[in-house]
Design a protein around this ligand. Structure first.
Ligand SMILES: NC(=O)C1=CN([C@@H]2O[C@H](COP(=O)(O)OP(=O)(O)OC[C@H]3O[C@@H](n4cnc5c(N)ncnc54)[C@H](OP(=O)(O)O)[C@@H]3O)[C@@H](O)[C@H]2O)C=CC1
Ligand SMILES: Nc1nc(=O)c2c([nH]1)NC[C@@H]1CN(c3ccc(C(=O)N[C@@H](CCC(=O)O)C(=O)O)cc3)C=[N+]21
Length: 306
C-alpha cells in the first residue's frame, strides 16, 4: 500500500532502510572475517502478528546478508522440549542470535524460555539479566519494538527532555521498555494499563502518545491532545470491507490524523523499524561474542581455527 504523501505520517520505511544499509555493511565485513551472522526464530503455535513479523524478518535478513532460519513447533510441545532445543542453539557456535516469538501457548512460561536463551545470544534484550540494562541507561541492545517506537518519535525533531509522554500498555516487551527508554531520554512518562481509571484523561495530556495494547481503534480523536505525536504500535489482523484480511493498529487513524501533528501509519510505521532493529541487535550480539572469542583465543581467523 502506498501512503499519502503527508508530513503528518511518520513513516518507518526510510528509517528502517538506513538501519538495514548499515547492518548490511557490518554483516559483509563480519562474514569476510569468518564470523557470518545467523539469526534463529522460534515460533510455537500459530499467530497472525507473528507470521507477519517472521515473514519480514526473513526478507530483511536476506537483504542485510544475515542467515535466517525459522524453527516452528506445534502448540502441544512441552516447555522441557523447547528448553532443550534452545540449549542446543546456545551451544551451536554458528548461531548468533535467538528470538522467541510471542505469544507462546498458555501452558508454557515465556519468561522461562527467555531465561533459557544465553544472554550473549539474546537479540531482543529480553533475558531477565539483559532487560535490566535499560534501567541502567545501557541502551545499545534494547527490545526491538520499544527501540523502534522511540526512534520514530525522534524523527519528529521534538525535544524529549521534559516531554509529557503517555504509554498505553505495559507489557514487558513493549510498554515497560518504552517507558524506560523514554526516561533515559529525559521525558516525563505516565504508563496506563487495563486498570487505569481513565486512559482518555491521561492520553489527552500527552505531547507524545504511545499505544501498544492490541485493540483496533482503541484510541479515538477525543483522546488525543491537538498537536501531539501518536505512535501506534498495535499490529492487529482484521477483515476489511472488501472481505480480505488486513493489518490495523490500535489507533483510529482516520479521525486522529486530523487532531495529531504526527501519526505513525499501520502498516508502514513502527513495524519495519522493529525488524531492522532486530537485525542491528544481531550484529551487536555478534560483536559481543567476537570480543569474548578474541579475548579467549586471540584474533586468529575463527574458521581457520575450527
Ligand atoms: N509494531 C511492532 O513492531 C510490534 C507490535 N506489537 C503489537 O502491539 C500490541 C501489543 O503487544 P504486546 O505488548 O505484546 O501485548 P500484550 O497483550 O502483552 O500487552 C497488552 C497491554 O495492553 C494493556 N491493556 C489491555 N487492555 C487495555 C485497555 N483497554 N486500556 C489500556 N491498556 C490495556 C494490558 O494491560 P494489563 O496487562 O494490565 O491487562 C497490557 O499491558 C499488539 O497488537 C501486538 O501485535 C507487538 C510487538 C511488536
Ligand atoms: N518476541 C517477540 N518480539 C516481537 O517484537 C514480536 C513478537 N514476539 N510477536 C509478534 C509481534 C508483532 N511484531 C511485528 C513486528 C513487525 C511487523 C512488520 O514488519 N510490519 C510491517 C509489515 C506489514 C506487512 O507486511 O503486511 C508494517 O507494519 O508495515 C509486524 C509485526 C513483532 N512482535
Amino acid at each position: 500500500m502506498s501512503l499519502p504523501d503527508d508530513s503528518r505520517y511518520l513513516k518507518g520505511g526510510p528509517v528502517a532502510q538506513r538501519i538495514i544499509a548499515a547492518v548490511r555493511e557490518d554483516a559483509a565485513i563480519a562474514k569476510a572475517e569468518g564470523f557470518p551472522p545467523k539469526l534463529i526464530s522460534i515460533t510455537v503455535g500459530d499467530t497472525d502478528a507473528v507470521d507477519v513479523y517472521v515473514r519480514n524478518q526473513r526478507a530483511k535478513a536476506q537483504l542485510a546478508g544475515i542467515d535466517f532460519e525459522e524453527r516452528r513447533f506445534p502448540a502441544t510441545i512441552t516447555s522441557g522440549e523447547l528448553e532443550a532445543a534452545i540449549h542446543g542453539l546456545n551451544a551451536d557456535p554458528r548461531v548468533t542470535g535467538i528470538i522467541i516469538q510471542r505469544p507462546v501457548p498458555a501452558h508454557i512460561s515465556v519468561k522461562t524460555l527467555q531465561a533459557a536463551v544465553h544472554p550473549l545470544k539474546d537479540v531482543e534484550g529480553m533475558h531477565p539479566a539483559s532487560i535490566g540494562n535499560i534501567v541502567y541507561n545501557q541502551l545499545d541492545l534494547a527490545p526491538c519494538t520499544a527501540a523502534a517506537s522511540v526512534e520514530l518519535l525522534k524523527e519528529t525533531g521534538l525535544d524529549l527532555k521534559g516531554l509529557e509522554v503517555v504509554v498505553v500498555g505495559h507489557s514487558e516487551i513493549v510498554g515497560k521498555p518504552i517507558a524506560f527508554l523514554l526516561m533515559s531520554e529525559g521525558a516525563t512518562v505516565t504508563v496506563c494499563h487495563h486498570m487505569t481509571r481513565s486512559v482518555a484523561a491521561h492520553a489527552r495530556r500527552a505531547d507524545a502518545l504511545f499505544v501498544a495494547v492490541g485493540k483496533p481503534r482503541l484510541i479515538k480523536a477525543d483522546m488525543v491532545k491537538p498537536g501531539a505525536a501518536v505512535i501506534d504500535i498495535g499490529i492487529n489482523s482484521e477483515i476489511g470491507p472488501d472481505g480480505t484480511s488486513r493489518i490495523v493498529g490500535d489507533v483510529d487513524t482516520d479521525s486522529v490524523k486530523d487532531v495529531a501533528s504526527w501519526i505513525t501509519p499501520v502498516p508502514g510505521g513502527v513495524g519495519p523499524i522493529t525488524v531492522a532493529i532486530l537485525l542491528r541487535n544481531t550484529m551487536v550480539a555478534l560483536s559481543r561474542q567476537r570480543a569474548l572469542y578474541e579475548a579467549t583465543y586471540g584474533t586468529a581467523d575463527r574458521l581457520a581455527a575450527e
